[in-house]
Design a protein around this ligand. Structure first.
Ligand code: SAM
Ligand code: DTB
Ligand code: SF4
Length: 341
């Protein structure tokens, strides 16, 4: 029986004359059309192909657990249409000054006890100031000393800042492209797509792992989702971690009330990320609390192999730890141990 599979080698960037339209171009880049062809496949064929790629590169029954903390909440000058922390929207999020290093370490200890191996510190900044970097680097060193992987998401970085974060022991920097270049200015007007790409380059140049993904369910088309995935897959190298967030609709934000995305479209996006970026950790990110267990299970089948773990994301809710443990048990999945590599 014929299924629309591409050869697994191809998914890792090699050309093959026998391959069909679902492939990278001669220049070894993913065309938006090729990613859209993946998204257009019959659902079963797409998941089968994603599983093949996934099993070639990963333990298909293991998931990496990261816990988030908001180290500085609300009052952000940016206008991201999805975000409850933008100062200009009235969302009921209370502004909170930067947390103390001690309280962040206490939260990391608790996260580690619950089984998280990575601790991600987020701040509602357009970008950090030097005095912010000085505090965050202390947080990073202290969390790293607990034997956890460290991640931070602090907004745009100026030259030199990524180096300071890396020297403190930062393993990953999260900086999302969020959507395709074409759709970006309908969602955010206070910065350019290129600003995001510039920060990603700063992170790369500092030798820090890149965590970069986006949000779906923002009223975009399938072509827009293809554009996001192609953009991510064409980063050279592609990110080590790719969070795929489902928009959490927060009252007061411009995107509140956006027509709901069909959950299977979300699953398709995960599968396309897996196929185009075979070795990356694809993170089933925001929006899990609003998702059924069955949809989450489909996301794991489609190649997701990491999640945010803990009762809260930054300002919105996440499934409770006990609920996630029960789901992973039900699926026979295990958490990935800390990998010092
Ligand atoms: N301020 C920094 C920045 O924007 O890069 C770091 C924190 S920001 C909250 C981190 C990411 O959270 C955003 O890039 C976006 O992808 C995601 N995010 C924010 N609000 C969200 C929402 N309502 N639903 C889904 N993802 C969201
Ligand atoms: C990412 O891609 N998703 C996380 C993390 N990186 C920082 C953030 C999700 C935020 C959801 C809305 C909130 O809780 O404020
Ligand atoms: Fe600010 Fe980040 Fe929220 Fe945008 S996503 S408003 S930059 S905290």
């Amino acid at each position: 029986m014929q299924c629309n599979s591409i050869l697994p080698e191809l998914a890792d960037g090699h050309e093959n004359d026998e391959s069909n339209a679902l492939k990278r171009s001669k220049s070894n880049r993913w065309h938006i059309g090729a990613v859209q062809a993946l998204l257009d496949m019959p659902f079963g064929d797409l998941i089968f192909q994603a599983q093949q790629v996934h099993r070639q590169h990963h333990n298909a029954n293991a998931v990496q657990l990261s816990t988030l903390i908001s180290v500085k909440t609300g009052g952000c000058p940016e206008d991201c249409g999805y975000c409850p922390q933008a100062a200009r929207y009235h969302t009921g999020v209370d502004n909170q000054a930067i947390l103390s290093v001690d309280s962040v370490v206490a939260a990391a200890v608790a996260a580690k006890e619950q089984g998280a191996t990575r601790f991600c510190m987020g701040a509602a900044w357009r970008g950090p100031k030097q005095r912010d970097i000085e505090i965050v680097t202390k947080m990073i060193s202290a969390v790293k000393a607990l034997g956890m992987e460290t991640c931070a998401t602090l907004g745009m970085l100026k030259p030199g800042q990524a180096g300071q974060l890396g020297a403190a022991g930062l393993d990953y920097y999260n900086h999302n492209l969020d959507t395709s270049a074409d759709y970006y200015d309908t969602i955010i007007s206070t910065r350019e797509y290129q600003d995001r790409l510039d920060t990603l380059q700063e992170v790369r140049d500092a030798g820090i792992n890149v965590c970069c993904g986006g949000i779906v369910g923002m009223g975009e088309t399938r072509e827009t989702r293809a554009g996001l995935i192609a953009q991510l897959a064409n980063l050279n190298p592609y990110p080590e971690s790719v969070p795929i967030n489902h928009l959490v609709q927060v009252e007061g934000t411009p995107l509140y009330g956006t027509a709901k995305l069909d959950p299977l479209e979300f699953v398709r996006t995960i599968a396309a990320a897996r196929i185009t970026m075979p070795k990356t950790m694809v993170r089933l990110s925001a929006g899990r609390r609003e998702m059924s267990e069955a949809v989450q299970a489909l996301c794991f089948l489609a190649g997701a192999n990491s999640i945010f773990y803990g009762d809260k994301l930054l300002t919105t809710g996440n499934p409770e730890v006990q609920q996630d443990q029960a789901l992973l048990n039900k699926l026979g999945m295990q958490s990935l141990p800390f990998d010092p590599e």
